[in-house]
Design a protein around this ligand. Sequence first.
Ligand code: GCB
Length: 610
Amino acid sequence: MKNLFRILVVLFATVNSLSAQNNNLLINAYNRKTTSLNGPWKYIVDPYENGFYNYRYEPFENQSNPGKAAFFTNSKPDNKSDLVEYDFDKMDNILVPGDWNTQKENLYYYEGTVWYKKSFDYDLKDANRAFAYFEASNYQTDVYLNGKKLGRHVGGFTPFNFEITDIVKPQDNFLVVKVDNKRIKDGVPTLNTDWWNYGGITRDIKIIETSKNFIQDYFIQLAPKNNKLIKGYAKLDGEDIANKRVSISIPELKIKKEFTTDDTGQVSFEIDVKKVKYWSVNQPYLYDVTIETAEDKITDKIGFRTIETSGTNILLNGESVFLKGISIHEESPSRHGRGYSKEDAKQLLQWAKELGCNYVRLAHYPHNEHMVRLADQMGILVWEENPVYWTISWDNESTYENAENQLSELITRDKNRASVIIWSMANETPTSEARNSFLNKLAKFTRAKDPTRLISAALEQSSYNGSNTIRTIHDPFAETVDILSFNQYIGWYDGLPEKCSAISWKIDINKPVIISEFGAGAKYGLHGDKEERWTEEYQEDLYLQTLKMLDQIDQLKGISPWILVDFRSPRRVLAEIQEGWNRKGLISEQGEKKKAFFVLKNYYDNKKTE
Ligand code: GCB
């Protein structure tokens, strides 16, 4: 009986410990009333999770009285005899945002739990509500305010928030955040990746203050295939949200429309527009848009464009476009750790522009929001990607839910960005029944959530009917995607660059093709002949040969070679060359441009956009 009671308590606590689900995510954190919690935080490294479990490995938070041993209680001894075996305030500081790996030498390879603590005062207006908003932390995050659990979030690259209205006090709050970046087989991504598994609160954290009933989410974009109609919705959150007036205004278009919410606090709308300056690469025009209720008002800058495919063409505002792209990892060019700032984003996107790009592939997971907001301003088209990479546990239902949740959070965050044109479901996922149905389900979910954008995935190529020189795409998921994208490494993992001239492509599917990756490793400053691995000349030759080969593909509508900048990867261990870096960058981590950069730039300068 006692045991049954204990099981019930544990069950209740588990169900009750809310996970952050994207359906309460506040969008447009940039234009709300916020207080930053960035800066120095106290931290405790806890590989055995002493602060989370008791000695029987039961989570303290599931116990009716966790006692002082649980780190989230942030306890101090009551008197000189009292035993408390930790003290956040005596610990060292770590900066938030920021990965721990590149801030602390002894945490460079660390994968496990670190506890963060920040004390703060907060003056919440009586009539208002407050939320702790995380732009991202990797990978599993448990959040506690003043000793109470706010919830858990799983996934390293998307935002989440928890309401703190009833817990936050004018003084002496302590926010304790447990971040665990252990790789797990059933996770998304799974155990193996070719990038650094940076741990920590890697992006901004802030308190967002709202009115009691506020505008939580909205979608304001042109309807698919109709450039004269804005279609969308707005969603309120609160206890009194039914039957409320919501106005949408775009002063420059002389639009001011009012709508009334339904029982769930939502409005769906259609607004006719006539003379729109369409957002494009050459004219990335953004309109000031205001969404307003009696209690709340939020503004955004939104561009209007259509994106669709027709046969083998990609049409931006009805005109065919060739995507001159580059793949990018989210690494800071100055700090050589996980990127998070506007300056990081600016440097990466400026390099892409310098290369002649009109398009970037943000690989292999959602990047920070600065990237897409800047892309909106700079006129750069964007491919965004879910971290379904290589061999996820396709059969595991909770792995699917996790993947869907991460993608859903990304779409929720970025669905008003004109620059974003493609949602990528996955990267290099070997075909199988389970994988095909996983990806099809994900694509169906994505189309329902956002019918305005294109769906793709970086697929794999294969030989045509066993021929070594004829290549094709043989993947059932090719039927589902709008754009047929695939990675190929002929000349690097598959022969030498000269092999490209022997290859021909036979792709029978009537869709636009994007080569989502090709590339070769080169150490900046290492010179030799073009057959010598790791030299700039080898990489340069591979680009020359590959571009010539790819130009033979009739449906070719874009490329995003691998990759803009050398990036950290623990897989890359070759002494003197790699030293923990994937060297396929066109630019070294020190910002030096390799010869291949200029080959690609020259190709783009001479390539017609349409
Ligand atoms: C790939 C992967 C990418 C790797 C790259 C490489 O196909 O998609 O994540 O970093 O190859 O360098 O091998």
